[in-house]
Design a binder for this molecule. Structure first.
Ligand code: DC
Length: 235
């Protein structure tokens, strides 16, 4: 196992800004970037595409057994293209429907178990920055530095609403708010790998910070913890 390779994890609920920051940090460090939500979304997409009832576990198990998920980043730290069974679904998986189905299927233990090795295999030199719900608790419990982002749900809904509007999607703020609340509730209360901070996290409340503000706080923490990485200066 690649235990000596440094990992920085960022966990938190939907819309708290962890994906954007994890990717920016990976680029700054020149490290790999794991968007674990994209892998769960790929499964959500496949379930929707096959018109499968996720409560039908035998059929879901077969789908998981046969699914081919490929992630291709053009360079270190870049957003990866997501290819499922030879379909490029990079844009499609960002839909709310894929997010909800990802949240439903990710609560099923055999789905999580099937995706565990794939995520751990992303731990490659020179290092890995990850974004998810259980990165610091389950997938990389020995991560070098762990962050947990919070933000109030109204602010997260506003951010998601603006993002989707910019992409030309027809959405309403109350719908987005309701969907986020449903997803938070499901992701936090599932029996396996629920969304919760690991014991040893650095907590950052992003409610009143913009992207630059969050990035600066994270960079400061990384610099303060440089000794954990065996160096005197990391950034
Ligand atoms: O981060 P995201 O919105 O792309 O994630 C979509 C869903 O995938 C989320 O609601 C729950 C699930 N997920 C998970 O269970 N564990 C992760 N590490 C990442 C995502």
């Amino acid at each position: 196992m690649n235990k000596n390779i440094p990992v920085i994890t960022i966990d938190g609920p939907s819309g708290c800004g962890k994906g954007t920051i994890a990717q920016l940090l990976a680029k700054k460090l020149g490290w790999h970037f794991l968007d674990s939500g994209a892998i769960y979304r790929a499964v959500g997409w496949a379930v929707l595409n096959a018109k499968l009832d996720p409560a039908h576990h035998a059929a879901l198990n077969m789908l998981i057994d046969q699914i081919k998920i490929e992630t291709h980043a053009s360079s270190v730290g870049d957003d990866a293209k997501i290819i499922v069974n030879d379909h490029d679904i990079t844009d499609e998986i960002r839909s709310e429907a894929c997010g909800q189905m990802a949240s439903i299927t990710s609560a099923i233990p055999f789905v999580r178990a099937a995706l565990l090795d794939r995520q751990r295999a992303m731990r490659e030199l020179p290092g890995l920055v990850t974004d998810g719900r259980d990165m610091g608790t389950v997938v990389f419990p020995d991560a070098t530095l762990k962050f947990y982002f919070l933000a109030n749900v109204e602010e997260r809904a506003k951010r998601r609403f603006n993002q989707l509007k910019q992409k030309g999607k027809h959405v309403t703020l109350p719908d987005i708010l309701r969907e986020l609340q449903v997803r938070d509730e499901r992701d936090s209360n599932r029996l396996i790998a629920p969304l919760k901070p690991a014991d040893d996290v650095v907590l950052i409340d992003t409610t009143h910070l913009n992207i630059e503000g969050v990035l600066q706080s994270v960079i400061k923490e990384v610099q303060n913890h440089a000794s954990l990485f065996g160096v005197s200066k990391l950034l």
